[in-house]
Write a protein that binds this ligand. Sequence first.
Ligand code: N01
Length: 549
Amino acid sequence: MSEQPRQSGATEEYDVIVIGAGVSGMYALHHFRQMGLSVRVYDGASDVGGTWWYNRYPGARVDGPGSPFYCYTFSDELMQEWDWEETQSEWSAVLASLEPVADKFDLRKDIQFETWVKDARWDDAAQRWHVETDTGVQASAPFLICAVGALSTTNMPDIPGLHDFAGECYHTGRWPHEPVSFEGKRVAVIGTGSSGIQAIPEIAKTAAHVTVLQRTAQFAFPCGNRPITPEDMAEARENWDAIKAKMYANMGGFPHDGNTRSALEDTPEERRALYESLWQRAGFKFFLDLYADIAANEEANASLSDFVRDKIREIVDDPETAEKLLPDHYVMTKRPILENGYFEAYNRDNVTLVDLREDPIERFTPNSVITRSGEHPIDMLVLATGFDAISGTMLKLDPKGRDGLALKDRWHDRFHNYVGITIAGFPNLFMIHGPGSPGVFYNMPLGAERQLAWIGDLIQHMRDQGQATVEPTTESEDAWAGEVGAIADATLFPRTDSWWTGANVPGKPRYFSAYLGGDIYYQRIADVAKDYAGFVFEPARGEEDAEAS
Ligand code: N01
């Protein structure tokens, strides 16, 4: 294997092909290059950033623990050079932090942008993946890394007449690069997940009217965005080694200690006092400092749900609107949302809420949306309807494994995988943040670094042992599914319809597919790597034949 790409006829040959130039794909390129491998990356966007390149709707901000810890850890120099200004950075600041990474490590020269991989196929005789792009590129490599994003393929609602709507129509996950003006317009927003809840107050600032079409009321918590001062940055840089060590040891990959107490150890008054202090402090730390059993115990869960519902009633002036905004699922079992003035937006004269449970959408016309109760004339429609998450983009790619096996067929009933990275029947294919891994339940840049380090070690092991292919057995996949399921079933997560359970996409297998163990996952895959139990290896075809003769 070498760093230099080769050419065989019309096919470009590499050691590793990476699909996606988001946070994971960028690091994949760097990591495998460091191993001396030739790498080619393809991405449909025109620059790096993945999710952050596409999700540039008004109000889009980091809604995790935030800067400066939503970042790579592999280069201390990066930490010394990065300057963050806010804890919950805007999308543009996140992109601006990734661009210097691409520059510093000269990543773009090995990334082909504006290029969709339309076919990926395993060639068993050659023991290589063959990839074809919509720009006519044919390429092959023994290893295929699918860094395709957990929140990438948009979920488009199927509503009668939607395509007849003649006004402007945007999906938050594919927001245009040109400025969008809401000035004086009547805007309807479908969807009140993280994207809708971030966008609605921003749109309401200039729109003539905003009609929010809500299917499920959501628990949302104050975002608590704060400036990061030069002194804060200096302190983070100075203590970076200790911070990094804490991130590696923490359940979610963030430098926080967390709370190990059960809510039931405290009196109702003590619980309320904790929730109130966390609400006042605001930010993602709210969730990290909550009781450990909020998402596992019904009584603990109800104590927080009641608290948030009371907050919504307090904030929203009109009691009828407030009532419609009260969520009725287990709090935390849909992705908890950080908001910036969302509930307050309903106190404006130009925002109205339609509860689709009692007043469903019947159809769109060229200039309106008609619900059971009547017609709402609109100039613009914003679809904040989320994603076919976690598995959706892998299925859109639909790679073909051994004997032409389509992933769509392999995954028709559930997203079979082993260690959240590999799939039986698909040798040498590796997923980043796929089903069966912590994915979105872990600091995503750090999670990508850790998964890619594991994959790099496996490839090195294969080189050392003279093996050409690796794939898991279906037995190891079933055992892994049992482990993932057992952890999830000890919580309330599987009981709620969410994109975590696949319930947001009609026809998708409905089950909780993420490995909820956080840091335990990385211990588990490190254990697997001691002897790679559960995997089958094959030497290069020529060597196998030579041994047989
Ligand atoms: O998507 P969602 P999102 N008719 O699936 C509704 C991350 N994120 O883009 O709940 C009517 O959460 C749907 O209703 P229901 C974050 O992890 C990060 O908002 O399915 N309504 C729901 O209200 C987040 O969790 C950041 O009943 C329909 C909404 O649309 C994840 O991305 C920012 C419908 C979709 O909510 C996804 O968030 C934003 C239909 N046919 C997001 N179909 C940052 O960190 C769907 N809905 C910056």
